[in-house]
Design a protein around this ligand. Structure first.
Ligand code: TXA
Ligand code: MG
Length: 355
């Protein structure tokens, strides 16, 4: 909230509004405040990464455990290099292929980065996002922005300003409305301090693309999650969760889906179904939504659909199982985490177990 006790929401759809919002966000950030900003992946909760007191507010607002480090967002390579103590050749390769974009590189931290950003660790996650708004704010501030996703800890990430307002509106002075996030799930996180490099969080830049760019194998830490979580606490099993209980299932037709729900003791009328290929007839369900069957469109839409199911107060969300192809690995990972408790992770493609 601002001094008047209200949250200001500014949109950015004309050049004038965009510029006004950039200047306002930069002013608040320079004064040590936290603001919610759009990025191409999900909305972020940003503070000056060089100001430990400002970053402390991020942890407080999100209810984030202090052992979970925060990604630092930059607006060019020179700024990225100032955040780290060593810039390996692997980082040059990945940056030229995927930056600006949805890739976070974990590198040895520089002394400029306060302990609170890295949760006391000796590495820092660095990302140069492609969204023009956050780029413009970082350039205007001329300091990097620490920004986790703008949700309450362990809840679904926001992919539009309304999602942020619903979860955190009463705690923030300023939310920038930059429309729908174009990627839709969080960045791929790759650790370049280990040999071989290791994917800590899969995303839309998938492991095979990293391997092709680096011309070397990349380890994939999706499994076992418990091991990965020691390295990157955001990989804790239960994460990215809607309020409703989520199951991932596959079905041949409506009758087969109804039979599975009956076995699971789930009343169809209290289910939201999210399908991409085999669309069930919708009379008996609480709702059926359809996301196009390509990984990019699916990623862009899935969190909005999950938020919508929560708003509709369905008790169960049934998502049609994604295909077992590299471009779906980030989506499969998020669905696995969203359904991480109990027996709900049926039929999900399991990634390669390299570490
Ligand atoms: O797309 C994204 O990455 C979004 C937007 C806002 O940029 N940010 C985001 O941040 O998803 P967050 O904090 O919700 O997730 C960051 C993940 C966490 O799993 C965290 O543990 C991990 O990255 N991480 C951050 N710094 C790390 C480090 N130094 N070493 C290992 N893992 C790190
Ligand atoms: Mg997050």
């Amino acid at each position: 909230m601002n001094s008047a006790g209200t949250t200001e929401i500014l949109s950015t759809h004309t050049p004038e509004l965009f510029q006004t919002a950039v200047l306002h966000a930069a002013r608040l950030l320079r004064a040590g405040n936290v603001v919610a900003l759009p990025t191409e992946t999900v909305y972020g909760l940003a503070a000056n990464a060089l100001d430990a007191k400002a970053v402390a507010q991020i942890y407080e607002i999100k209810g984030r455990p202090s052992h979970n480090p925060i990604i630092v967002h930059v607006s060019d390579l020179a700024m990225a290099k100032r955040c780290v103590s060593h810039w390996p050749a692997t980082a040059t390769r990945l940056a030229s292929a995927f930056w600006p974009g949805p890739l976070t590189m974990v590198l040895p931290r520089s002394d400029a980065i306060p302990d609170i950003v890295t949760a006391g660790g000796d590495t820092v996650g660095v990302r140069w996002p492609s969204h023009p708004f956050i780029q413009a704010v970082v350039r205007e501030c001329d300091f990097p922005l620490a920004a986790p996703s703008a949700n309450i800890s362990n809840r679904l990430s926001p992919t539009n300003a309304a999602h942020v307002a619903a979860q955190l509106g009463d705690k923030l002075p300023f939310i920038v409305d930059g429309g729908q996030s174009q990627v839709g799930i969080e960045s791929t996180v790759v650790d370049l301090t280990s040999t071989p490099p290791r994917v800590l969080r899969p995303g839309m830049i998938h492991t095979e693309s990293l391997e092709a760019t680096l011309e070397m194998p990349v380890a994939d830490c999706r499994l076992p999650i418990a091991v990965a979580a020691l390295k990157s606490p955001g990989l804790l099993k239960k994460h990215y969760s809607p309020r409703a209980k989520l199951f991932v299932l596959s079905w041949r037709d409506t009758a087969a889906l109804l039979a599975q729900l009956s076995t699971l003791n789930i009343p169809p009328s209290r289910c939201g179904i999210i399908a991409h290929t085999t669309i069930p007839s919708d009379e008996q369900f609480g709702g059926v939504s359809v996301i196009p069957h390509d990984a990019e469109a699916f990623a862009r839409a899935i969190y909005s659909e999950l938020h919508r199911c929560d708003e509709a107060a369905v008790e169960w969300i049934i998502v049609e199982s994604p295909p077992a192809a590299p471009e779906w690995e980030g989506i499969a990972d998020r669905l696995r985490r969203a359904s991480a408790e109990g027996m709900e992770t049926r039929n999900l493609p399991i990634g390669r177990e390299v570490c």
